[in-house]
Design a protein around this ligand. Structure first.
Ligand code: FES
Ligand code: FES
Length: 174
């Protein structure tokens, strides 16, 4: 077993994990953050996408020990500190960018990461940015529309280029 310190959604957690435990297992089973979904478990579907130091990664492929002392954001940490939806979340809701919702947490986090780097993406850039996230329901058109709308909302709010994550101060939890 191995000690790790994870900063998840702005809160530090000291844990002891098996060296081969995946981040997906730790987030869902140990920390109860079930917004991170398990689909294929092999890196193809993107349902388990979380942000690691701002980059979208598949939590099913990442060992928890490799996230030691890194900053993680899950879908539970994307909303504003006052509980209001993040602009990307609001855009997905208002543009019907989801149906069953299983792919949605990963889709939204990938979109947030894309928009932090590319505030006004083209259709092709959106397709490329979300190419690691599969959806079996929507046909992707409403998802692309959601991302365009999210980009506009972030620009209007002066939040273009902002790294997605909790806007509250970081605190520790034993
Ligand atoms: Fe991780 Fe599918 S569950 S990529
Ligand atoms: Fe059902 Fe995407 S909304 S898988």
């Amino acid at each position: 077993m191995q000690p790790v310190r994870l900063c998840v959604n702005g809160v530090e957690h000291d844990l002891v994990v098996h060296p081969l435990e995946t981040l997906l297992r730790t987030l869902r089973d140990t920390m109860g953050l079930t917004g991170t979904k398990e689909g294929c478990g092999t890196g193809y579907c993107g349902a388990c996408t979380v942000l690691l130091d701002g980059d979208a990664v598949n939590a099913c492929l990442l060992l928890t020990v490799d996230a030691d002392r890194k900053e993680l954001v899950t879908i539970e940490g994307l909303a504003d500190a006052d509980g209001g939806l993040h602009p990307v979340q609001a855009a997905f809701v208002e543009n019907s960018g989801l149906q069953c919702g299983y792919c949605t947490p990963g889709m939204i986090l990938s979109a947030a990461s894309l928009l932090a780097a590319t505030p006004d993406p083209t259709d092709d850039a959106i397709r490329a940015g979300l190419s690691g996230n599969l959806c079996r329901c929507t046909g992707y058109q409403s998802i692309a529309a959601s991302v365009h709308d999210a980009a506009q909302r972030l620009r209007d709010a002066g939040r273009s280029g902002e790294r997605p994550g909790p806007r509250a101060s970081i605190r520790s939890r034993a």
